[in-house]
Design a protein around this ligand. Structure first.
Ligand SMILES: CC(C)(COP(=O)(O)OP(=O)(O)OC[C@H]1O[C@@H](n2cnc3c(N)ncnc32)[C@H](O)[C@@H]1OP(=O)(O)O)[C@@H](O)C(=O)NCCC(=O)NCCS
Length: 158
């Protein structure tokens, strides 16, 4: 379904507690095989709420990104990036990621890391197009048996 031109402009903002039910639904739709358990999302919000950006069209949440910095502030991990299935392919995932990277650059984070399923072509293409690379190739069994992942990194220049 295309974006509705009559809707309010899309805004990217930090998540608030009232977003949690919508975030849980969005995550479950975007990751039907392995959504975050509700208690994990709840606690990620409690601990890193300011690191969850949501894409809000004034009526519903269309996507979110979660990024968490290591304690030395040198590295940030993209823990999750999701766009609601009926709005995928309209540039929203890119928009969320670009905004997260803009914030991380401003914080002088040096490197951004993430993991991605090598068969997730859309995500891999998105990350590569923004400069992420995976020097070491596929990390076999990274998340357990047969759960292979690319570990991708991007070095940020101020
Ligand atoms: C991966 C995801 C976040 C991308 O968001 P999106 O809004 O659908 O993607 P965008 O429209 O912003 O596209 C950005 C780029 O991704 C790539 N891409 C998007 N859809 C693609 C597809 N179906 N096939 C191949 N590449 C695709 C392209 O490189 C595209 O850039 P372009 O439009 O300049 O060609 C989204 O598809 C999603 O939520 N998927 C399910 C959850 C998931 O897999 N998250 C990532 C976990 S690592």
């Amino acid at each position: 379904m295309p974006l509705n031109p009559d809707r309010k402009p899309l805004c990217i903002r930090s998540a608030v507690e009232n977003d949690l039910p919508a975030l849980v639904s969005l995550d479950a739709e975007a990751f039907p095989k392995e959504p975050y358990p509700v208690f994990v999302l709840r606690q990620l919000y409690d601990i890193h709420g300011d690191r969850i950006l949501v894409l809000d069209d004034g009526e519903e949440l269309l996507g979110y990104i979660l990024f968490v910095n290591t304690s030395d502030g040198y590295v940030s991990w993209i823990m999750s990036l999701a766009v609601t299935p009926h709005q995928q392919g309209h540039g929203l995932g890119r928009r969320l990621l670009v905004e997260a990277l803009r914030r991380l650059r401003a914080e002088r984070v040096h490197q951004v890391r993430l993991t991605v399923d090598p068969t997730n072509a859309a995500a891999v293409m998105l990350y590569r197009s923004l400069g992420f690379s995976s020097e070491e190739g596929v990390q076999r069994d990274y998340f357990g048996p047969d759960e292979h992942r690319f570990l991708m990194t991007l070095t940020l220049r101020p």
